[in-house]
Design a protein. Structure first.
Length: 146
């Protein structure tokens, strides 16, 4: 079982985690060596950058499966297992290897969860952001745009 340092789980990279996991679960990926990190200066695979996140966010079955996977309350697809391989690195490097689209997609997914599925967000937040760091940043950003 993988345990992360508290400083890692406080990172807003949780959003990248959700985004990448949704990209992977959508069924567009098939595990291959090309999806692995090849060096510390490479970006994560951008194969999933053009996935329609709105469509996924509106399909409860897909979203629920990934939430369960992330909570360790349900099975993960083989692609989800690959995600778990890159997650520690993404958190450690503050998503420095994420593409801009992955960062934007991650923000979109987390915004959706916070605004539309707060109970799911709270459960995930306890695991990946126990200090609520991202929620505070999100609320501040949202307040500034009103």
């Amino acid at each position: 079982m993988l345990y992360l340092k508290e400083s890692l789980v406080k990172s807003p990279l949780f959003f990248a985690l959700i985004c990448i996991s949704i990209y992977i679960d959508y069924g567009l990926a098939y595990p291959s060596t090309s999806t692995k990190i090849v060096s510390s200066e490479s970006l994560y695979n951008n194969e999933f950058d053009n996935v329609n996140l709105d469509e996924i966010l509106n399909q409860d079955r897909l979203l629920n499966n990934y939430i369960k996977c992330l909570e360790r309350a349900g099975p993960c697809t083989p692609d989800g297992k690959m995600l778990k391989q890159i997650l520690p690195d993404a958190m450690l490097t503050d998503c420095s290897k994420c593409t801009q689209k992955q960062k934007c997609g991650a923000e979109k997914v987390t915004s959706h969860l916070i605004d539309n599925r707060p109970k799911d967000w709270e459960r995930l937040e306890k695991i990946y952001d126990p200090m609520g760091t991202y929620r505070l940043k999100y609320q501040k950003k949202k307040q500034n745009h009103i």
